[in-house]
Design a binder for this molecule. Structure first.
Ligand code: DC
Length: 222
């Protein structure tokens, strides 16, 4: 199986770029952030403090998270319910960032991610795919862009959905999540030593996809 790991900060365009590249190459696309978001949504629904590691870890025995690929599109299920829409709110983003710092949560989601990669040619995106989940991946890409460019993309996405968040709020949220994701003790966001850096600040979507596909093809035909 060919495994491609794409890591990077929030809003670098990972999911859109990885999904499009996966389609072009005939691989499945696995968005691992959705798993952390589903765990976060569970805590939010129950009214738990997502920053309390003990509380969050204590919920795991009540949770079943599954990924299903319906018509090639990933859906995430929380205790049998499709929560693919609900996990996309700004509250769910922050809750996901909180719960992803809990070691028991990372452990809980580890096998699920590994098993998908074992059984499929895939592009898997996240924060620790090249460093922790798939250290043997054939290709590792670290995809990034400036905070302002990333916040502007998120802001436009939210606006298109009719959300009222201002650009300043989106930028502040994103910087907070960058800080959380790269300073946590377990599996912090950082490039794998053998990853290839792709900076999309100055690239549009089409150019970014082209670049990522070129990097993958170059590596797998070596
Ligand atoms: O990629 P995303 O925005 O959907 O990720 C949501 C949160 O989950 C993000 O703040 C960091 C965390 N995450 C992680 O810690 N490890 C991953 N492999 C994927 C996401």
């Amino acid at each position: 199986m060919i495994n491609v790991a794409i890591d990077g900060p929030a809003g670098a365009g990972k999911s859109t770029i990885a999904r499009t590249a996966a389609q072009a190459l005939g691989y499945i696309y696995v968005d691992t952030g959705a798993l952390y978001r589903a765990v976060g949504v569970y805590s939010l629904r129950r009214g738990f403090d997502t920053k309390n590691a003990d509380t969050v870890a204590g919920t795991l025995s009540d949770i079943c998270v599954e990924l299903k690929f319906i018509g090639g599109v990933q859906h995430v299920f929380l205790n049998g319910e499709d929560v693919s829409e609900e996990i996309r709110t700004p509250e769910a983003s922050m809750a996901a960032s909180d719960v992803s710092a809990v070691p028991a949560v990372r452990q809980f989601l580890f096998d699920l991610q590994r098993n998908i990669a074992k059984q499929n040619d895939c592009i898997m995106d996240g924060r620790d795919i090249g460093t922790v989940v798939l250290p043997q991946a054939e290709v590792k890409i670290f995809l990034t862009a400036s905070p302002e460019a990333r916040a502007m993309r998120r802001y436009r996405e939210l606006q298109a959905k009719g959300a009222a968040d201002t650009f300043e709020e989106v930028l502040a949220d994103l910087k907070q999540r960058d800080y959380n994701d790269s300073h946590r003790a377990v599996a912090p966001l950082k490039p794998a030593e053998d990853s290839i850096l792709v900076d999309t600040t100055e690239l549009n979507l089409e150019e970014s996809v082209k670049k990522v596909i070129a990097v993958i093809q170059e590596r797998i035909t070596d």
